[in-house]
Every structure is written in C-alpha cells, then in structure tokens.
Design a protein around this ligand. Structure first.
Ligand SMILES: [Zn+2]
Length: 203
C-alpha cells in the first residue's frame, strides 16, 4: 500500500492540484495542514476533506522541539479547535520540520490523532516504536519522496506513507502523473510484484 501525503503550509493551489491528480486515480491522500492555511483557505480545505484525509501540521508551522511543554499543548489545542470550528474532522498530525519530543507524541495521542512525523534518519532506528505511542500501523513505513524517486521504476514496490511538501509539487507533478498512469496500467495487467511483509517492516 502506498499513501501519498503532502504538507501544506504555503501553497494551497498546489495542494488542490495534487488532490485532483490523486482523485483522478481514485487514490485517497493525506493532507497535513497548518492552522494558518485553514484560516486563509477554509473552503479549499473543506473541498480537500470531501475526498481526502485531513491532518494537523502546527498552527504557524512551529518547531515543536524548541517549545515548552505548555506551549506545545497550546499550539495543538488551538489548531485542533480551529478545525473543529470549521467542522473539518482531522485524523492525524505531522510535526513541522519533523521536530518533536517524546512529550509531543503524548500530546498528539491525547487528542486521539495518529502521528506521521517519521524522519528518514529515524526510520532505521528502533526508538520510535519502542515508546509505544506512535499510532501508525507498525508495518507502514514513512518515506520522504521526490520526483527522482518517481522515476525509479521500482518505486511502485515500495510500501508506506510517502511524504512531500506543497512547495515541491511543481517539480514532481509530471513525474507523478506518469508514475500513476504506469501504476494503473501495471495493475490492470496484474503485473505488480508483491512486497513481502518482512521487507516492509521497520527493523
Ligand atoms: Zn511543513
């Protein structure tokens, strides 16, 4: 399973274009959106929420590891409250800059949100899962990806939640489009090799 996700902190037009592309291929994406962007573009976020999963991404895109515990708590509560005010349900959270502490994860869990803040350098480290509060299914890896990855013909064998940003969209739009077209034609000819569970697991 591949889940395409995007962080939205500055370019709502890119987010809508990305969502449209996913929808065209019947894919449900995940969008990690700051409170600031929701405040500026509530109608656009509501449109995204009709088809895709909406998650929080800080209020002003804060660097959580540099905040006190009570500041962290306040930012999360303020962001969650704003989504509630707009009646847009959020399911998860990604910390801006993937910056967080062990306590940050407890705050997110307390709000009933899953966290999706794994970092490329943390994927190989066992510490994250050991805390027992990462609410992501354990077999699902999280990977930053780029236009270069999409040009790798083996990309479709990779399972997991794929992380990218709104401001990168113009760089990978064409590659994503041809990747999705290729993936669709591969799956209609049933040629996608299965990926073993063990290789998809974090060590
Ligand atoms: Zn961000």
């Amino acid at each position: 399973m591949q889940i395409f996700t995007m962080d939205i902190e500055q370019d709502m037009a890119a987010a809508l274009a990305f969502a449209g592309l996913l929808s065209r291929y019947s894919l449900t994406g995940e969008f990690y959106i700051t409170g600031d962007m929701l405040r500026k573009y509530p109608a656009a976020v509501r449109a995204l929420a009709k088809r895709h999963i909406i998650c929080g991404h800080g209020y002003h895109h804060e660097r959580f590891a540099e905040l006190s515990l009570s500041q962290q708590q306040a930012v999360v509560e303020k962001t969650v409250a704003l989504f509630k005010l707009h009646r847009i349900p959020i399911k998860g959270w990604r910390f801006p800059y993937l910056s967080f502490t062990a306590e940050s994860l407890v705050i997110i869990a307390g709000q009933g949100l899953f966290d999706s803040s794994l970092h490329r350098h943390r994927i190989l480290g066992p510490f994250y899962y050991k805390k027992g509060i990462h609410l992501l299914p354990k077999h699902l890896r999280e990977m930053p990806w780029s236009a270069t990855d999409l040009q790798d013909t083996l990309f479709y064998q990779k399972e997991g939640r794929l992380l990218t940003h709104c401001y990168q969209f113009s760089h990978f739009r064409a590659a994503l489009e041809s990747y999705l077209a290729m993936r669709t034609s591969e799956s209609s000819s049933a040629a996608i090799p299965s990926v073993s569970r063990s290789s998809a697991r974090s060590p």
